[in-house]
Design a protein around this ligand. Structure first.
Ligand SMILES: [Zn+2]
Ligand SMILES: [Zn+2]
Length: 134
């Protein structure tokens, strides 16, 4: 079933369907929290070339299939879905204990008035705390 979703999604975004892309999509579809590069590598197993994986992650990001968030150590994590919804980013919860990053899909960022002459591009809201697993 997931493969059908993935297949459509790739096609919709103009990405060619490859075995690696399908496997990558599966990782994101089956995980509730954001994944770091080592997480993804572990899920895909051996035999996946580092630069190929990075290239495909970049392509997914470009196509708005996934988005990137940074945990408190500055490690990039990727999560399924667009970061922008109606021109706004959703908030992220970062667990201080296990460093897991969760998308808070229903929590949007607050409006902040910037001084004249400043142009806001994105606002990222990070909520720090302890997740339910810790
Ligand atoms: Zn935690
Ligand atoms: Zn997110």
């Amino acid at each position: 079933m997931e493969y059908v979703i993935g297949d459509d999604l790739l096609q919709q975004q103009g990405l060619k369907r490859t075995k690696l892309r399908m496997a990558l999509l599966d990782c994101f579809l089956n995980t509730k929290h954001a994944l770091s590069y080592p997480d993804i590598k572990q899920m895909l197993g051996e035999g996946v070339d580092r630069s190929t994986l990075y290239r495909n992650l970049a392509a997914f990001e470009e196509a708005d299939i996934i988005h990137r968030i940074y945990d408190q150590s500055g490690v990039a994590k990727y999560a399924f879905g667009k970061v922008h919804d109606h021109g706004r980013d959703h908030a992220h919860f970062v667990c201080e204990q296990c460093e897991t990053v969760y998308c808070m899909e229903k929590a949007t960022t607050v409006d902040i008035n910037v001084p004249k002459g400043f142009k806001t591009k994105t606002i990222q809201t990070i909520i720090r705390g302890i997740c339910s697993d810790c």
